[in-house]
Design a protein around this ligand. Structure first.
Ligand code: GLA
Length: 742
């Protein structure tokens, strides 16, 4: 079904007929209404008497189309005030004096831009997905901007991006080229964003927006999330709450420098502009080519962050993440067990541990490559992706086979975007390295970044993965790391091609996507984990090619309760990898329980565990295999917030509501002897169903203090709740609710 709306035939007839265009726009235009409708919300775009496109409404669905035209009559904002600009894509150099969404220099050096509405069309791409595109053109210069709104109706999720093209005589220079420009008139806005450090990722930052611009951005080039994350929660009226109020929650899906700008104007309206960070990134666009921005993706809810999260989780699993509805492999990793100090025998012995534990896969981490400069520490070898003959004389193939003998799959760590100066690659291909030729090199973890704007480097990176899979067709998993930021941003390739250096940040990311597209064309299914020195490199554009991500090297389970809580606003647990390690001094039970809220893995020497700890782990993994489907594919309900309570509680509910699993943790060690006084209210159950409660993951010898003989109604569980009796002797309590059919 394709609906096509046009303002006037002149507009579509000729992109170059500017005289006619000007003549036409001088006529009094009729308002054109363009509703962007999800199941519960309407964003109403409307042309004004000058054919400028305005955002006139963002809120609950407007039921009567006939009333669209009356919306703007109700607002008495005057455009003479520079703070007022509800332009749907704000230009610069003409009438607008506030922060713009687009800024450019025409081929003749002129810097003015005005965008007038030309046409729009909407089509149903598939059940539940609508795409609306709106064409805007400058009446003076042949520049066209198309705004795209992809609506996932049921999930109330919108994906928004922009395409810019032109037919000027030579290149135009794009100085700012945002993905989206939203506008709200609610008056009171609260923003939550997230800052990061190594081992301290996803630290939230909440504030009420006041007049002026709040900017959240990163200029780190690669590993951009080491500073800030491109995720945000906007709430209206009050601070975001779990079950009440209007919230918009989402991210800019871009793996490079980004910028989110939240500007409250003098009438307390909010303009939200999001896109690639214009910092040092002027983009020279040739005629008859198009620049496509990354997507801003957001879920909208009138029932708080809980519903918005469930919506974005469903969207991610159904439409975005690679194999989002599929299975994942539990694993044993050797990073913390061995660091760089291993050989074939040591690794082969760990396969037995993996089998003993009952996990699906063994993951060989960093340190397996490099010969002239062996990778025995983080200061050498990156770039030389040949097995180190001393550590692995029989190569990866041997390890894959040995693992198979234990009935365990085999996976491997790579960091293909990076290079150590101590490497053969550096000796042979200095021209592939991002560095200022005339200046001293600056290192991050002793490494530099390869220039992915260069197609030869793209081939090289593709080749690393291709060789691994070609030589080891049974290789079952890849951990793709990315530790360094970009210092000394300069590309020899761009210089040789006489292309502007200011393209580097953008072309790096595009180059990365090209490589990943090639990998996925040839190897569509193999699971791959995104890692970035921990780091939560988890933007939804990259997640098209990856099945999961590594949230942080900090695996202290208490820290992880908080971190995973924050990640859970944006990402479904199926893509969050959690490992049990030696970090933190909590019990093994606490560690395994926390790691089970996602994809479970281990990074320990299992043979060094006490008998009881090992028995616990084995039983817990068996339990995990029985409930993982609910954690991976069920609905998440956050019940007790660790930031405001002494206990954290979260639950996952199966779609048909006949089973749920509930996680409870003590997060405050000052509580020396108290048990939680009040019950934890469940959510997402069927009020009319009856449920049996069973505590699981009990440590050997531990008795449950929950009454498992009684059966409770969903109504009772959601209104009164269950007391998990969390206290210092029971700091972590896991129980299942199973429908009792009698
Ligand atoms: C990064 C990762 C770790 C590990 C090391 C290996 O720090 O986050 O998990 O893979 O690299 O060098």
């Amino acid at each position: 079904m394709i609906k096509q709306y046009v303002c006037h035939p002149f507009f579509i007839k000729s992109f170059l007929a500017f005289n006619l265009l000007i003549a036409f726009t001088n006529l009094k235009a009729q308002n054109v209404n363009i509703p962007i409708n999800t199941e519960a919300f309407t964003m109403l775009l409307q042309t004004d008497e000058n054919n400028l496109l305005r955002t006139v409404y963002f809120g609950e669905s407007l039921v009567n189309e006939s009333e669209y035209s009356s919306v703007s009559d109700m607002f008495n904002f005057t455009d003479s005030n520079i703070g007022i600009s509800n332009a749907t894509y704000t230009t610069s150099g003409t009438w607008n004096l506030s922060e713009s969404a687009i800024q450019l220099v025409h081929a003749d050096g002129n810097k003015s831009l005005e965008l007038k509405y030309v046409s729009h069309s909407s089509k149903l791409l598939e059940t539940n997905i609508n795409l609306t595109s709106i064409v805007l053109k400058d009446p003076v210069y042949p520049v066209q901007v198309t705004l795209f709104y992809k609506v996932f109706v049921k999930e109330n999720v919108i994906e928004q991006w922009t395409e810019i093209e032109h037919t000027e005589k030579s290149n135009i220079k794009l100085q700012k080229y945002s993905s989206a420009n939203l506008y709200f008139t609610d008056g009171d806005y609260h923003l939550t964003t997230y800052h990061n450090q190594w081992a301290k990722e996803m630290q939230h930052n909440e504030s009420k927006l006041t007049r002026g611009i709040k900017t959240v951005d990163s200029k780190l080039g690669s590993r951009t999330m080491l500073l800030q994350s491109p995720n945000f929660i906007l709430s209206f009226g009050n601070q975001a709450s779990e079950n009440e109020g209007m919230v918009i929650l989402g991210q800019l899906a871009w793996s490079g420098n980004f910028k989110l700008e939240f500007e409250v104007d003098s009438y307390d309206n909010l303009r939200f502009i999001a896109g690639i960070n214009p910092h040092a990134s002027e983009y020279s666009l040739p005629p008859n080519t198009s620049f496509k921005t990354p997507s801003l993706i957001y879920a909208i809810s009138n029932n708080g962050t809980g519903e918005a999260s469930r919506n974005i989780h469903n969207w991610a699993r159904n439409y975005q993440v690679l194999d989002g509805k599929g299975e994942r492999l539990t694993l044993l990793n050797n990073w913390e067990a061995t660091y760089f100090d291993f050989d074939e025998d040591k690794i082969s012995a760990l396969f037995k541990d993996a089998k003993e534990l009952g996990v699906d896969l063994f993951l060989l981490d960093d340190g397996w490559f490099g010969n002239k400069y062996p990778r025995n520490g983080d200061n050498a070898g990156l770039g030389d992706w040949q097995e180190n003959v001393e550590k692995l004389p029989h190569g990866i193939g041997y390890l894959v086979k040995e693992a198979k003998k234990e009935d365990v799959k085999f996976g491997i760590w790579i960091e293909p975007e990076m290079i150590n100066p101590k490497s053969e690659l550096y000796e042979n291909h200095l021209d592939w390295v991002i560095r200022q030729p005339e200046r001293p090199e600056v290192y991050f973890r002793n490494q530099l970044v390869l220039d992915l704007s260069n197609p030869e480097v793209q081939d090289f990176v593709f080749g690393i993965v291709d060789k691994l899979f070609t030589e080891n067709p049974e290789l079952a998993f890849i951990k793709w790391d990315n530790n360094s930021v970009i210092f000394n941003a300069h590309s020899t390739y761009l210089e040789d091609k006489k292309l502007p250096q200011s393209h580097l940040y953008v072309e790096y990311v595009k180059g990365l996507y090209k490589v990943l597209k090639r990998i996925r064309t040839k190897y569509p299914k193999v699971p791959m984990m995104l890692c970035s020195g921990g780091g939560g490199r988890a933007d939804y554009e990259l997640l098209k090619y990856f099945t999961e991500f590594w949230p942080s090297d900090d695996t202290d389970p208490l820290e992880r309760v908080f971190m995973q809580w924050n990640y859970s606003y944006f990402y479904p647990s199926i893509i969050t990898d959690n490992h049990v390690t030696n970090w933190g001094n909590q019990s093994i039970k606490y560690k395994v329980d926390v790691a089970s809220m996602g994809k479970l893995g281990f990074d320990i020497v299992a043979s060094e565990l006490s008998e009881k700890d090992l028995l616990f782990c084995k039983n817990a993994i068996t339990n995990y295999h029985s409930f993982k489907d609910i954690v991976w594919h069920g609905e998440l309900y956050r019940l007790s917030n660790p930031y405001t309570n002494e206990f954290a509680a979260l639950m996952y509910v199966k779609e048909d509501k006949n089973k749920a699993v509930v996680f409870n943790y003590l997060v405050n060690n000052r509580v020396s002897f108290h048990t939680n006084i009040e019950p934890v209210r469940m959510a997402g159950l069927d009020a009319n169903k009856k449920y049996r409660v069973k505590e699981i993951n009990l440590y050997p010898g531990q008795e449950s203090s929950l009454n498992t003989d009684k059966i409770y109604s969903g109504d009772f569980l959601m209104k009164v709740g269950i007391n998990p009796n969390v206290n210092k002797t029971r700091p972590s309590v896991l129980f299942e609710l199973t429908e009792a059919k009698d």
